[in-house]
Design a protein around this ligand. Structure first.
Ligand SMILES: Cc1ncc(COP(=O)(O)O)c(C=O)c1O
Length: 377
């Protein structure tokens, strides 16, 4: 048996939608994108969505929209993909790392206040693996300290906590449609916000800052346009949006399938004492983007190799960001910033997780993990 880390589920519907989009007159940002934005906003129960080329681009644009003074500080987590910190640096701001909760791996909200200085302008939480940060507490903290809050929701389209989803309690939330994400078009992203002013700014910033996009000029006929602001070229195009749209009505069913797979993993893994799971808090609906396990750091890399030899794909999500010296040179942190993040980052590995994974495949994976520990003990 060969079990890759991830298998996408794109098929006839996406191929049909893409082939219609290819035959249409407008390939760049147009009706496919606008329809996708409306449909995704409706799924999220958010007022506005602005589609971009990646989650990284979305995070950067959200920060750019506030025109913060250069080198202002943004508090974030060290247990995330490099993209979170890079988006802050790309906006010419300084990431400041606050350690994570030892059980969930999410930013430890109780510690954030230790990192707030007169230069802090924003907080960027990450809903790691698909479990939402406590946004009720975090948004309260942001409000009290007059800080902007931008959620990195790359892992968390479907997740909620206390019935709040991403973008409900913050200034904006950014999503990823990268190749292995729960909704994908290869590369893509989207920003959700309840602020019309923010949505308008983001729409301008994603298209260089021009007063009229190609779509408007096509619709209204040519007239000279202006450059209103110095923006970026991050707009999603109709081709990518066409692939995303057929996936939206299936999100809830696919989450059920992911939940079934996660519960089956949990049931079998209980019998392997060397394996620990990441805690999931009460009142959380987990998006089940990833299925991470923790094993002793002495064995983690050996287990990855063993599983690889058994034709089972795994990935580390993520090593703590203190492993990347180039990032650290530009960032703010103290010795405590990485204690829990490093420990989890040295112990964690993600097992294959996708809606169509079969119980026989999960049996095979858990069997291989069990055999590994029998061999090394
Ligand atoms: C937590 C997190 N943030 C941001 C990103 C960046 O997403 P994108 O590749 O769409 O820029 C990822 C992608 O893997 C991610 O996992």
């Amino acid at each position: 048996m060969k079990i890759p880390f991830y298998k996408h589920q794109l098929g006839a519907s996406e191929i049909g939608a893409f082939s219609s989009a290819v035959k249409a007159e407008i390939l760049t940002t147009g009706n496919q994108v606008f329809d996708f934005e409306a449909e995704f906003a409706s799924f999220l129960n958010t007022r506005y969505c602005v589609a971009v080329q990646s989650c990284t681009a979305g995070l950067q644009l959200c920060l750019e929209a506030y025109e913060f003074e250069a080198d202002s500080e943004v508090i974030t987590t060290p247990l995330t993909y490099i993209a979170t910190a890079l988006s802050i640096l790309q906006a010419r701001l300084k990431p400041v790392f606050c350690d994570v909760d030892p059980n969930t791996g999410n930013i430890d909200i109780r510690k954030i206040k230790n990192y707030i200085t007169s230069r802090t302008v924003a907080i960027m939480p990450v809903h790691l693996y698909g479990q939402m940060v406590d946004m009720v507490a975090l948004s309260q903290l942001a409000k009290e300290n007059n800080l902007v809050c931008i959620e990195d929701a790359a892992h968390c389209i479907e997740g909620t906590r206390e019935n709040y989803g991403p973008a409900s309690l913050s200034d904006a939330a950014c999503f990823s449609f990268y190749a292995t994400k729960n909704v994908t078009c290869g590369e893509g992203g989207c920003i959700a916000t309840n602020s019309l002013e923010m949505a308008n700014k983001l729409r301008s910033l994603r298209s260089h800052g021009v007063s009229k996009m190609a779509f408007d000029r096509h619709k209204e006929g040519y007239s000279h346009w202006d450059l209103k602001t110095l923006g970026w070229k991050y707009n999603l195009d109709n081709l990518h949006a066409s692939i995303l749209r057929p996936q939206l009505p299936l999100i809830k069913n696919k989450l059920k399938q992911r939940e079934n797979a996660a519960h089956y993993y949990q049931k079998l893994l209980k019998d392997i004492q060397e394996v620990n799971l990441i805690a999931i808090d009460e009142n959380v609906i987990h998006a089940r983007h990833l299925f991470p396990i923790r094993v002793s750091s002495n064995y983690r890399d050996k287990l990855i190799k063993y599983l690889e030899k058994s034709n089972i794909g795994t990935v580390v999500n993520y090593r703590s960001l203190n492993n990347y010296s180039i990032l650290m040179k530009k960032s703010g942190y103290d010795a405590e910033s990485f204690k829990n993040a490093s420990e989890i980052g040295d112990e964690v590995l993600s097992l294959p997780m996708y809606p169509q994974i079969r119980n026989e495949e999960i049996d095979f994976i858990v069997n291989a993990i069990s055999n590994f520990f029998k061999e090394v003990n």
